[in-house]
Design a protein around this ligand. Structure first.
Ligand code: G1P
Length: 294
């Protein structure tokens, strides 16, 4: 049973400047919901309600978001807006959320190391906030299922275009079946010529407590930071690790264009926006086509 999850959220969000100058990137909304709420929802949908968020400087609004806001609640009660009131109350009760601060930004590996006391001797899930998933079975649940079958750490992976491998942690291994790889290699952000495959770590992991001692032995790597991928490579010399090819669609929040595309796709799936938004998109495309043919 996986009962705990860790969500690292201390990063500076430099890829989203200037929007992230004075607000956390995790609070950037897809339509009306902060991205971190989608990530917390994936935990809840996967049966995990004990969540540790690794927070940092300038991230206090994440804590506020998952706290109660009595002033807003009473205003909504007065206005008899029951739906919105219930939505608000759901956010502060959806999970037991704990926070710890990463005081210096020493990389993803160091962020995860901050979870050692919280996770103790239990396996735990890790969800990076820079992607949200849309899938029939929640992606974290897919990894939990693989963990229960193999009893090894599980990395969620997806195929990426070969020219983009240098943006990701890349794995290499042997296929055990259609969706499981027994890993033999792990490398953080390789040049395409050095990549062992096109399977990229997709921001979802099930880790065992052994990762913490591996992290203690991990020297600084790419970007002069303690990389989680490097610690996993050390761990791989001692114990087996599998990768699970995730089923579903991953929306990358790591860059502005993909964020924009995600917003459009999510709006087209929202019952309250789908129809008017689709007509707006069609009109816009028609105008573009007309302008081009003039
Ligand atoms: C991190 C990990 C990388 C992984 C990626 C997924 O990189 O270090 O292994 O593939 O997330 O989004 P980052 O995007 O934080 O540089």
């Amino acid at each position: 049973m996986i009962k705990k999850a860790v969500i690292p959220a201390a990063g500076l969000g430099t890829r989203f400047l200037p929007a992230t100058k004075a607000q956390p990137k995790e609070m950037l909304p897809i339509i009306d919901t902060p991205t971190i709420q989608y990530v917390v929802q994936e935990c809840v949908d996967s049966g995990i309600e004990d969540i540790l968020i690794i927070s940092g400087k300038g991230k206090r609004s994440i804590e506020d978001h998952f706290d109660r806001n009595y002033e807003l609640e009473s205003r909504l009660s007065e206005q008899e807006d029951e739906a919105l009131y219930n939505q608000l109350r759901y956010i502060d009760s959806m999970a037991n959320i704990h926070f710890i601060r990463q005081k210096e930004l020493n990389g993803l590996g160091d962020a995860i190391y901050h979870a050692r006391f919280h996770c103790g001797n239990e396996p735990f899930a890790v969800l990076l906030g820079d992607s949200v998933n849309s899938s029939i079975i929640p992606v974290t649940q897919q990894l939990i299922d693989a963990y229960e079958q193999y009893h090894q750490p599980v990395l969620g992976v997806e195929r990426v275009p070969h020219e983009k491998v240098s943006r990701y942690g890349i794995v290499g291994g042997n296929k055990l079946n259609d969706h499981i790889l027994q890993l033999t290699q792990l490398v953080e952000k390789p040049a395409p010529a050095q990549a062992p495959s096109d399977y990229a770590i997709a921001g979802r992991y099930i880790l065992t407590p052994q990762i913490f001692s591996a992290l203690e032995r991990t020297p600084r790597g790419k970007g002069n930071e303690i990389q989680l991928t490097d610690a996993l490579r050390l761990l791989l010399t001692q114990e087996p690790i599998v990768a699970s090819i995730i089923e579903g669609k991953r929306y990358d929040m790591g860059n502005k264009l993909d964020f924009l595309k995600t917003t459009v796709e999510f709006a087209l799936k929202r019952p309250d926006f789908a129809a008017p938004f689709e007509s707006f998109l069609r009109e816009t495309i028609n105008k573009i086509d007309e302008a081009k043919s003039e």
